[in-house]
Design a protein around this ligand. Structure first.
Ligand SMILES: O=C(O)CCC(=O)C(=O)O
Length: 284
């Protein structure tokens, strides 16, 4: 295993993740400092705001995560600040991720997200894909970092605890629009600024209306096993390759696996010398 700072994941947290499909860890941004993280977010938001406003004006919404009049989705934010890449390997959640996704975990997406005060829900009840199951691992989890205290009025991310264990998807003809928040068993994910919510994407989930005057600001990270293709035919951008200066970072960025097979590795990015040795020592 790679040496890195450890955070102990308690049996209770693991039980909650397995049974409810999520776990909330407080003070998860402590390694970076809240003011530093907020400054990076605000910089990315300022830089992307004109294009977002033009998109909203055009009425043609693209970009996922409800990008449009009720939310501003910022992808590729690591081009504005490397901090967004640093947070992808947050030592506070790496041990949990290695347990729930597996030791060959990689980060799939990095998004900064603002769901503005006084706006409608930017999405409805869904799960990200069918309930693919593995006896040991979740195929995908997301980590949502709260940049501000999350109260129930702030358009909280909301789940039905335990629904990741169900075969059926949320109904499409009920609990939409005005009845969104009548979903039986739903729970709003509140918590103090700096917390991270790690959740299984097969949970039934939605955003809700932000009836407060405060913007709901999140950093969103998706994590999946290394064998899922992240870059496909695209060569990873230089910003990512240059940041990925350790074997673990290479794995996290979907370039070269530490714990997976050498045959899964990309050949369009040269190995780090120490990673070449790791790969050469593998059987496959
Ligand atoms: O922003 C939210 O509250 C909803 C997020 C969501 O639907 C997703 O991550 O798939």
């Amino acid at each position: 295993m790679i040496a890195m700072p450890q955070t102990t994941i308690t049996d209770e947290q693991m039980r909650q993740f397995r049974e409810d499909g999520f776990v909330l860890i407080e003070n998860a941004l402590a390694p970076y400092g809240m003011s530093r993280v907020r400054a990076a977010f605000e910089h990315a938001q300022r830089a992307t705001e004109p294009a977002w406003r033009a998109m909203v004006q055009s009425g043609v919404y693209k970009g996922g995560y409800g990008n449009g009049p009720d939310a501003h989705t910022m992808s590729g934010v690591y081009e504005y600040d490397h901090l967004f890449l640093d947070v992808a390997e947050n030592p506070v959640i790496m041990p949990l991720l290695e347990q729930v996704v597996g030791p060959n975990v990689q980060s799939m997406e990095i998004v900064a997200h603002c769901h503005h005060g006084g706006t409608a829900a930017h999405t409805g009840w869904h799960r990200d894909w069918p309930p693919y199951r593995h006896p040991k691992y979740a195929l995908k989890v997301k980590a949502f970092y709260f940049l501000d205290d999350q109260t129930e009025a702030m358009g909280c991310f909301t789940v039905v605890p335990g629904s990741h264990q169900w075969d059926e998807d949320p109904p499409k003809d009920r609990y939409t629009g005005a009845t969104l928040e009548q979903m039986p068993g739903m729970k709003k994910m509140v918590g103090p600024a700096g917390s991270v919510l790690v959740w299984d994407v097969t949970l039934w989930h939605t955003g809700t209306a932000n009836t407060s005057t405060c913007d709901r600001r999140l950093l969103i990270y998706g994590y999946m096993p290394f064998w899922v293709k992240k870059w496909e035919s695209q060569t990873p951008p230089d910003t990512i390759v240059n940041w990925a200066n350790t074997p673990l970072r290479r794995q996290l960025m979907g370039i070269h696996a530490v714990h997976g097979r050498a045959s899964w590795d990309r050949s369009d990015v040269p190995y780090l010398p120490e990673h070449a040795e790791l790969a050469a020592a593998k059987k496959f």
